[in-house]
Design a protein. Structure first.
Length: 237
């Protein structure tokens, strides 16, 4: 059995990016709309290449003030244009380093809105399609977004989270609710193993800005490998 471990990267200077990139198999690199600087994005891409980590684009609502974690009342056309612009910009930066982006995963509120809202999901996919249809789109496991993207001709990867709590309907618990963030490495590792064994999941995420992310990733990777689950770069369903 294999599974991908991914992490959102290139967002903050104080994140231990190099250590995280030694532990994951895929990196979702910020496109600059919610966080990050061109210098940080380039450094993140270079490190990912050094450690053989697959790189993907991590577009968001254009809202640096709120780290892209609040929904925005944008039209489908506005979302489409924002996603296209962001993904193209990161792809150009990656190409200059001889890196080909493998996937696209929306960030924060855009990810959560796309998970349930077909119009948002379609707008995200249209924006990506204007750049390329050859990448994998990453979305929340068990949510309608994956069916929407499949119907639009994309390969998809179902994602689950080791460091986030879930609601009964399979959605992520909002960050403003108690217990939404799992910071205990052992608890996160146990959840990761349970999710991987459940099946139907291609990639597990640990957020780069979760406090103690490197310790969580170390525990998660160790628990998976001890159970005979190999960590390898992102694959589609």
């Amino acid at each position: 059995m294999t599974i991908d471990l991914n992490c959102d990267m290139g967002e903050r200077e104080d994140i231990a990016g190099e250590r995280l990139l030694q532990l994951v198999s895929s990196a979702n690199v910020s496109c600059g709309a919610h966080a990050g600087t061109p210098e940080l994005l380039e450094r993140t891409l270079r490190l990912a290449k050094r450690y053989g980590v697959a790189c993907g684009a991590h577009p968001s609502y254009p809202d640096r003030a709120n780290f892209g974690r609040l929904s925005m009342a944008l039209s489908g056309g506005e979302i489409e244009a924002a996603v296209e612009e962001q993904v193209r910009a990161l792809a150009r930066l990656a190409a200059g380093l001889e890196i080909e982006l493998s996937h696209v995963k929306p960030h924060g509120a855009l990810y959560n809105d796309a998970a349930r809202n077909t119009e948002v999901a379609e707008a995200v996919a249209r924006g990506v399609a204007k750049w390329s249809r050859k990448v994998v789109l990453v979305g929340l496991a068990g949510m309608p977004v994956l069916d929407t993207w499949r119907a639009m001709g994309f390969r998809v990867a179902a994602e689950a989270f080791a460091d986030r709590a879930y609601e009964a309907d399979g959605s992520l618990r909002p960050r403003n609710k108690p217990g939404a963030l799992i910071q205990d490495p052992a608890q996160a590792a146990l959840q990761a193993l349970e999710l991987a064994r459940r099946g139907g999941i291609q990639t597990l995420c640990i957020h780069g800005d979760t406090p103690g992310a490197e310790k969580i990733l170390e525990a998660v990777r160790s628990r998976l490998e001890d159970a005979g689950i190999r960590v390898q770069p992102l694959r589609a369903e």
